[in-house]
Design a protein around this ligand. Structure first.
Ligand code: ADP
Ligand code: MG
Length: 226
């Protein structure tokens, strides 16, 4: 079983080919990180996986199979400012117990005490926790994270790393984490992919966790990033 399978994906913007026959597999419950320079097409790939750019529509070719439910969290949390944190998380959960589920999930991400707060009063880390909760309530079998910690300070980022590993171990969903932070990718993921020239040019398995010393692989991956 796979959480996502992509074969020969192409994505053109006008006459510019951004993804050029790309293959990616995310196994069921697998944590995969995708590294690539800015503009290499990481977000473009996530958009396709999230169903925001369908294969078969103009400029998109190849095969994309995402059998289960998908949720996305972006670098910019995009919370609705005029709705409480709980409402933001519950929004889109069309069921009578949506609020209870939202509160339980906020508890899980360590944000229960901010449940009634307005999004604009949250710190960067708190907003990112809310964004994760909003993704989690959908019970995704594939969680797409697009540079979710890029705007956070170093200490907050480390706390978020711990939280994501925790949630991943508890829920067992597949994760595709897009990042340009090599250490983040090497410390968190089962597999680390490098995207360059519209294709995956490297696929590393950093080994068993906990994984503190990634020095040797870091050197290699930095080279592959060009
Ligand atoms: P990354 O996330 O790796 O930084 P993106 O996937 O956002 O890169 O973008 C890859 C390339 O595709 C960039 O050159 C970007 O300008 C281009 N691109 C992305 N979206 C569009 C769009 N809607 N229209 C035209 N060009 C786009
Ligand atoms: Mg991007």
């Amino acid at each position: 079983m796979t959480a996502a399978q992509v074969r020969g994906l192409t994505r053109d913007f006008g006459d510019r080919r951004v993804l050029d026959g790309l293959d990616v597999t995310v196994g069921e419950g697998e944590f995969v990180a995708l590294l690539g320079r800015s503009g290499s097409g990481k977000s473009t790939l996530l958009r396709v996986l999230a169903g925001l750019d369908d294969t078969g529509s103009e400029g998109v070719g190849g095969e994309v199979d995402v059998p289960g439910s998908v949720a996305v969290a972006f670098q910019e949390p995009r919370l609705l400012p005029w709705r409480s944190v709980t409402d933001n998380v519950a929004l889109g959960l069309h069921r009578p117990d949506a609020r209870e589920i939202a509160l339980a999930t906020l508890d899980e991400v360590g944000l229960r005490e901010r449940a009634d707060a307005w999004p604009l009063t949250l710190s960067g880390g708190e907003a990112q926790r809310a964004s994760l909760a909003r993704a989690l309530v959908r019970e995704p079998s594939l969680l797409l994270l697009d540079e979710p910690f890029g705007a956070l300070d170093a200490l907050t980022r480390i706390a978020m790393h711990r939280l994501v590993l925790d949630l991943w171990e508890r829920h067992g969903m597949g994760i595709l984490l897009v990042t340009h932070d090599v250490d983040e990718a090497l410390v968190l993921a089962d597999r680390v992919l490098v995207l360059d020239g519209g294709r995956i040019v490297a696929d590393h398995a950093p080994g068993p966790r906990p994984r503190e010393d990634v020095g040797a692989l870091r050197h290699r991956v930095l080279g592959e990033l060009g």
